[in-house]
Design a binder for this molecule. Sequence first.
Ligand code: ADP
Ligand code: MG
Length: 683
Amino acid sequence: MNIKSNYDFLLSDLTALKGVGDKTTSLLKKKKINNIFDLLWKLPKSYTDRSLSSKIEDLKIGDNQTIKVIPQKYSFPRVKNLPNRVLCTDESGEIECVFFNSFEGYIRKILPLGKEITVSGKIGYFKKRYQITNPKYISEDSSFIKQKHNTYSLTEGISEKIYNKIINQIIDKLPILDEWHSNKILNNFENISWNNAIKELHKAENIGKYKESFYQRLAFDEIFSTFLVNSEIRKKIKKVKKKNKNINLDKQIEMIHKLDFSLTNDQKIVLEEINKDLCSSNKMFRLLQGDVGSGKTIVSLLAAQNTINSGFQVAFMAPTEILARQHFHLAKKIFPKKTNIEFISGKSSYSDRKKIHNKLLKYEIDMIFGTHAIFQKKVIFKNLGLIIIDEQHKFGVNQRKKLSDKGGNNCDVLLMTATPIPRTLTMTIYGDMDLSIIREKPKARKLVKTYSKLESKIDDVIKFIKKEIENDNQIFWVCPLIEESKKIDHSSAVKKFEFLKKIFPNQVGLLHGKTDNEKKESILNKFLNKNFKILVSTTIIEVGIDFPNANVIIIENANKFGLSQLHQLRGRVGRGNKESSCILMFKSNLSENAKKRINILKESNDGFYISEEDMKIRGFGDVLGFKQSGIKNFKLADPIHNSNLFILAEKEMRRIENSKEDISKFKTLVKLYDRADIINDIA
Ligand code: ADP
Ligand code: MG
């Protein structure tokens, strides 16, 4: 047989199945089931065993059961609301079949007196007699029901019968695929083939057997396929040849000496990793992952200076102007005077922008800071050698791929994120990039003290704030959006603003989702310049910005946030050298679960640890909104329960990468499980 046709069936349209017409197809498509392969993951929820025949005396009330009986007597009362009944017997007792809404003629036909009939349904008991109301499978031929019927969640408007019919068809025609895994990997799963594993998966009696080999193998396939595709993207980008940079270490040391701190070990290691990439003749595509306040900016600026010294231009993009500007000012402070750096803003006048565009083209600017405005088509670089992008953890794989093409072949790419993610998710979310991690925080950093407080004790909080303000400190006051999904309801923030304004006249500012960008910027700047003391906001306080003078953050309704989100918010303070505090406020007494969460935050300041715990509590899809970022949703695999499989998959992927093994044997796997445009490049 032609190998291709082997899996073609699985990728066929649903209409290839008997009994599937346009109506069913469109219902399934609504559920994102577009082809036969997609249907493989529609799993039974429970099952009814119709193969078991019982005697009447052995029937269990409340169960679905199947029995052979002989109809003995009809009762057709012909009174509204009274059901038609048929008394049936076997050698052990009596049972009544009760019909609402069925006509006499039909009943006489399906339950003829004196003949042995198989009926099935839920067993009831009424007036000292067993009964089945509206029995389901009624037939003179008992052989056809010698099977188990799976039940499915039926929200799609497709009946159980149809599901059974179409899924049974698929299982019958399920192709035997050439094995893609090595024997060593298969040994982990009792050598079960893909084909057999799918068959086991659909057996109703296997529902919930997540630890069995068939399930584990299929979960592994899913994970491994994702990793392999990511690895291929990474390899492809890295294959791009570029003009390498030369690092002048003396100049680097000179700049480090000018800082008023020394680099942490992790900062040094990461800088070296980046430098190595810059010097290589392959394009860099690297993610720098580090907790809030771990000091990523300085690392990226050192790399930028190295690139500039080597004769290239650098572009630095941040999600907001204010953050871009802060980085720009830092660079101005620490870069040698002769380095030409510029800031481009969406607000810059047309002529200013034009000037900058011209200078970039003439290589009169070494480095430019800005928001995504720096990547507009009009902006052309003479010799761009490095793009740095700050705080863009929500870019999906596809966006990142586009980005890596943007600067042209000679341009290295460094992304930075302050969103630590659980270890098991790293390859899933960031597997297309090389990864550098800063775990360590600068030593001088004081831990943010974390407290929990009932909302009714707000007076204590106000007293505390008063003292802080007397000491010339500043405060963030965070109110959650009441309806997170709508991103608009900021009434709680407005109310709190009005409330605090009365106590602290002229000292309170307000920021929420409806504040326009320009106003937002000016409020943040005023806060940075200490023009007022308390900033009330919804959760939009920009990530990344240094507010060295803010040392208290109050988070209202703290149970509305996930752990990682609370940790991120807490990271807004404690960046200077003052003692700082985070006060989590709650509406009512804490549940055990909430107490556990608070304790995790109180105990730890490690974003990586907290993200692991957050994932355990909330499930991985919800961790920091990665669901929206286009990361893959696994059908079977679960990073919490299958962490061993994620580790195994990564190990196997690395082994294959290192051994340069031919990966064409994975073509079917990748074709079935992943995106087609990547697959075409494989093999
Ligand atoms: P993030 O990793 O969250 O982007 P930043 O780069 O903004 O963190 O750094 C946070 C603060 O820590 C800045 O004020 C920065 O000057 C300071 N910092 C960075 N590295 C060190 C270090 N090694 N020792 C002390 N302070 C540092
Ligand atoms: Mg930062």
